[in-house]
Design a binder for this molecule. Structure first.
Ligand code: GNR
Ligand code: NI
Length: 167
């Protein structure tokens, strides 16, 4: 197992479109293990492969209080959604920034599990937000894209400054 490097906004590699997984093989399962370890270590409630420099459609999530309910979604698609909710979001690729974002209240997701089998899961509340946030990453989107241009430029400047100080 390994802790992977998490890309930080505004890194252009976060803008790539992740490609579907064609075969859920040992390499994919090893990546999932490393992604889970990286998410728990961060700590975060979700992680998309694109954040660790792998442009494939793979996400891991754990929103359980005791951090013992890992959920894996490969090639996820939201097939139904309803209602709206506004939740304060953060992102491991945008450290220290928390802003409200509006998303669907409930979703139905179709995906493959780590054995390559298709499944559907209904989600609401924080889990629904987290799945939508991660699928956005797979499409090259980051939650700050939903904020005003002014907030986006403040966030970009703040993170670029931190990046310089860390060098
Ligand atoms: O750890 C995370 N917390 C979080 C809080 C509210 C809404 C979404 C998230 S996802 C984030 C981890 C992350 O950046 N995943 O891409
Ligand atoms: Ni994120």
């Amino acid at each position: 197992m390994a802790i992977l490097n998490i890309l930080r906004y505004p890194d252009p590699r976060l803008r790539r479109i992740a490609q579907p997984v064609t075969e859920v093989d040992g390499g994919v399962r090893a990546l999932i293990e490393n992604m889970a370890e990286t998410m728990y270590n961060a700590p975060g409630i979700g992680l998309a492969a694109i954040q660790v420099e792998v442009p494939r459609r793979i996400i891991v999530i754990d929103v359980a209080e005791h951090r013992d309910e890992l959920q894996v979604f490969i090639n996820p698609r939201i097939v139904e959604h309803g209602g709206i909710q506004i939740m304060e979001e953060g992102c491991l690729s945008v450290p220290g920034i928390f802003e409200p974002v509006e998303r669907a209240r409930r979703i139905l997701v179709r995906a493959l599990d780590q054995d390559g089998r298709e499944f559907e899961r209904e989600a609401e509340g924080l889990l629904a937000v987290c799945i939508a946030h991660e699928i956005d990453h797979l499409d090259g989107k980051v939650f700050v894209d939903y904020l005003s241009r002014l907030k986006q430029s403040r966030i970009r400047k703040k993170l670029e400054k931190q990046e310089k100080l860390a060098m």
